[in-house]
Design a protein. Structure first.
Ligand code: MV4
Length: 503
């Protein structure tokens, strides 16, 4: 086993990896930018090295500098966390060349899954269902027109190099195809320097369900069940849970077997995630892509399986066997995670950087906070504004929701705006409680909120009308001129309720 690991990341995930290392009695090396001198991961690590100015391109993405630090500090392995260099095959090759172990999959597996078209081809060859569509880039508008017609509208245009919804366009009918194709290609070129775009049949309001897989260097591949990640805002996951409210044991076994086929097909090693779109109509599922890293939302899988995924990653990288076989993986209870962002939910989720002047974390049964900040720390503008992942565990989904609702009441962050109030509302949302989740959830959530707001306004108007009628029949003790200048407290209350100064 390794004696010292360098963590090439920051924030909550760097802290998470340090925690696993400490439990395994492995020394830790942090790296930090100027903006992170006082960051929690720097304080938690045994050693910390400065690697550059705040922009990630000059610090957390500078792999030659990071490898140099690893050599200086005597770290035998590098954990990349997620984001930054975690899916950069070139980085993996350089780390390996320097005689250091990369904690993650081989670069060939990363590259095979890096392009969407390449990933689709591998899934098809492995006998895994993919969304009906092409496996070659479109060559012309005529080609697009013919292909779209053969699958039938609506179709989805996707950038092969894509990610985060970039270059993706939903086309409802043939009339919208030409401009969608042009937009998709130019966005793909601008974002990835690659304008290869292909067509898939659009799945209407699918669920996004992903399977956690694990593979070791001895050719063993297992899956750890699914995570439901349908609640997304601008292609960013917001709330995740395990298991999915719709997944039956049969569907889980089927999807798990498919995920393992994909892992085998690329000789995968370590922690990976195979994403699927699931249609609610007939529970048909389709391979979407594979993420060749530890994911942000891994805690919900840890909570229901009892398996420490970071510990397993480190064991696998050291060439050890997994600590479990497929039959040992038993799902217990239900876990829900909310991503706590330094963003203002009342202002279109505008980032809210600044000093955290107060931090009170929920306590008591079934709660877990994976944080990257402390009271007094500064949330900078340079990096992703996620400050913590807050997760709860319950014996079933209903208990988990009750627990999340209670814990969110306890959670206090002062000095900056956070998404906590938004999660408090989601936990009371009837569709969320019913488990009716799909990619249209957030849009529907805001529509439901608007409807409720209208109901409240109608109630206030009725209240004011009642108050006015009451004030007319009640003889006032004040003079009539006084009465006009100072409405009685019913009217005042009505005005307050409506937030207007004039009726
Ligand atoms: C789709 C789709 C419907 N049909 N593909 C893929 C990447 C992801 N960020 C969005 N993706 C989608 N691909 C086909 N053929 C719908 C989505 C989608 C989505 C998927 C999961 C979670 C949220 C989503 C929001 C909008 C669209």
């Amino acid at each position: 086993m390794f004696e010292k690991i360098l963590i090439a990341n920051r924030g909550e995930i760097a802290c998470r990896v340090i925690r696993a290392c400490r439990e395994m009695k492995i020394a830790t090396v942090a790296v930090y930018s100027d903006a992170d001198r006082d960051a929690l991961h720097v304080r938690m690590a045994d050693e910390a090295f400065h690697i550059g100015p705040p922009p990630s391109s000059e610090s957390y993405l500078r792999w030659e500098k990071i490898i140099e630090v690893a050599k200086t500090a005597g770290a035998e392995a590098i954990h990349p966390g997620y984001g930054f260099l975690s899916e950069n095959a070139e980085f993996v090759r350089e780390v390996t060349k320097a005689g250091i172990t990369f904690i993650g999959p081989p670069p060939e597996a990363m590259e095979a899954m890096g392009g969407k078209i390449s990933a689709r081809k591998i899934a098809i060859a492995a006998g895994v269902p993919v969304v009906p569509g092409t496996t070659v880039p479109l060559t012309s508008f005529d080609d697009a027109q013919e292909t779209a017609a053969s699958f039938g509208y609506p179709v989805m245009l996707k950038a092969s190099a894509g990610g985060g919804g970039k270059g993706m366009r939903l086309v409802a009918e043939e009339g919208g195809l030409r401009s969608a194709l042009e937009n998709s290609q130019s966005e793909a070129r601008a974002s990835f320097g690659d304008d290869a775009v292909y067509i898939e049949k659009a799945i209407v309001r699918p669920r996004h369900i992903e399977i956690q897989i694990f593979s070791n260097t001895h050719g063993n591949h297992v899956h750890l069940g699914e995570r439901e990640c349908s609640i997304q805002r601008r292609h960013q996951k917001v709330v995740e849970e395990a298991p999915s409210p719709i997944n039956s044991t049969e569907l889980r076994d089927e999807m798990g077997a498919c995920a393992v086929k994909v892992a085998k097909a690329v000789d995968y090693v370590g922690a990976g995630t195979v994403e699927f779109l699931v249609s609610d109509l007939d529970k048909s599922f389709y391979f979407l892509e594979m993420n060749t890293r530890l994911q942000v939302e891994h805690p919900v899988t840890e909570l229901v399986t009892g398996i420490d995924l970071v510990r397993e990653q480190i064991r696998v990288a050291a060439g050890e066997k997994l600590s479990f076989v497929q039959e040992d993986v038993v799902l217990n209870g239900h876990a829900i995670e909310c991503r706590v962002y330094a963003e203002d939910p009342d202002n279109n989720f505008l980032p809210s950087p600044g000093r955290i002047t107060r931090l009170r974390l929920p306590q008591g049964p079934g709660v877990r906070d994976d944080g990257g900040v402390y009271e007094g720390s500064e949330v900078s503008i340079y990096y992703d504004p996620m400050i913590s992942k807050f997760a709860v565990y319950g014996k079933d989904r209903a208990e988990a929701i009750d627990r999340m609702r209670r814990a969110l009441q306890e959670y206090e962050v002062g000095g900056i705006k956070t998404t906590l109030p938004f999660f408090r509302e989601i936990m009371d949302d009837e569709e969320f409680i019913a488990g009716n989740l799909d990619t249209g959830f957030i849009a529907g959530f805001y529509d439901r909120k608007k409807t409720t707001a209208v109901d409240e306004t109608s109630r206030d108007i009725a209240l004011i009308a009642a108050a006015l009628a009451y004030s007319k029949v009640q003889p006032s003790s004040a003079s009539s001129s006084n009465h006009a200048a100072k409405p009685n407290r019913w009217v005042m209350a009505g005005r307050d309720a409506l937030h207007v100064s004039r009726l």
